[in-house]
Design a protein around this ligand. Structure first.
Ligand SMILES: *[C@@H]1O[C@H](CO)[C@@H](O)[C@H](O)[C@H]1NC(C)=O
Ligand SMILES: *[C@@H]1O[C@H](CO)[C@@H](O)[C@H](O)[C@H]1NC(C)=O
Length: 265
């Protein structure tokens, strides 16, 4: 019978600890490696897609997840040009054999559905002309709705989802001139935990100052424990050829750290 050979040198507790530590380091390295692999695979996947296809993919993923996915839907709908959004909708048909609005409507309910379906279906005019009479009228209307806390008002949603971006900007500038307060500020006076109000604020930011919106998303993505890689890869890959430089400058201005430092670390 073979005798069980016990190693003559029983490891000392400190050696044990040492081994354990190196094993642990190994696991940590491996986890980090897996994490980077997933991160880079995803970034590369997003990079290699056409912008329309990339947006279709992001929207499709967002209609299957709950966490902060409404924000992704709004972001794609409001920060793309009308043509880019149209391309995303066409790519969605081709890839998923369904329409974006069908899936967004299925994924959402109530006020979120009203707002998001309107936003993803929009095809805004893109000229620079602004009708100041209209801006004045609509600033007044919006002010009344906000005063009465009718945040889900049909006309408010219609204005946000159909007017051109320069027209919306003129309306909100008018709002500020007439009421001495930025619309975003007025919307902050509601319930802080109201998710719909939060989405309305982001919508307005995306339509008028998208770079500020992206800086906010990056900031909270980086602040989160573990970092929200989904948001980081999404923003870096979708904005690279558009306004990542401006977003980076704005980020540095507000945080005194260059964005590249964080993205590369
Ligand atoms: C501007 O908007 C007002 C109010 O809706 C409308 O009556 C007017 O015809 C518009 N002007 C132009 C030039 O479209
Ligand atoms: C919005 O209006 C402000 C103030 O007039 C202006 O500085 C800004 O460039 C406008 N933005 C857009 C997107 O039209």
């Amino acid at each position: 019978m073979a005798t069980l050979k016990v190693s003559s040198s029983v490891p000392s507790p400190s050696e044990d600890a040492e081994q354990l530590k190196s094993a642990f380091d190994g696991i940590q390295c491996f986890c980090l490696f897996l994490f980077l692999l997933v991160f880079w695979t995803r970034a590369i996947l997003l990079w290699t897609l056409e912008p329309g296809e990339r947006d279709a993919l992001l929207v499709n993923e967002a209609t299957k997840r709950w966490t902060s996915s409404n924000q992704v839907l709004m972001e794609v709908a409001c920060t793309r040009t009308s043509t880019q959004l149209l391309h995303a909708r066409q790519a969605y048909h081709a890839r998923y054999k369904k329409s974006i609005e069908e899936d967004v409507a299925h994924h959402t309910t109530g006020d979120f559905r009203k707002l998001l379906v309107s936003l993803v279906s929009s095809y805004r005019y893109e000229g620079e002309e602004v009708n100041m009479t209209l801006a004045k009228q609509e600033a007044k209307l919006i002010h009344e709705k906000i005063k009465d806390k009718h945040y889900n008002d049909e006309d408010f949603i219609r204005i946000l989802s159909t007017r051109s971006k320069p027209q919306i900007n003129a309306t909100f500038n008018r709002y500020q001139d007439n009421h001495g307060e930025e619309i975003l500020k007025s919307l902050e006076e509601g319930d802080e935990d109201d998710k719909f109000l939060g989405l309305l604020r982001s919508t307005i930011q995306c339509l008028t100052r998208p770079e500020l919106y992206f800086v906010d998303v990056l900031r909270s993505a980086i602040k989160k424990t573990g970092t929200d890689e989904g948001a980081l890869t999404r923003i870096v890959t979708t904005r690279a050829e558009i306004d990542l430089k401006v977003i980076g400058q704005e980020y540095q201005r507000r945080n005194s750290i260059p964005l590249e430092k964080i993205v590369n670390s």
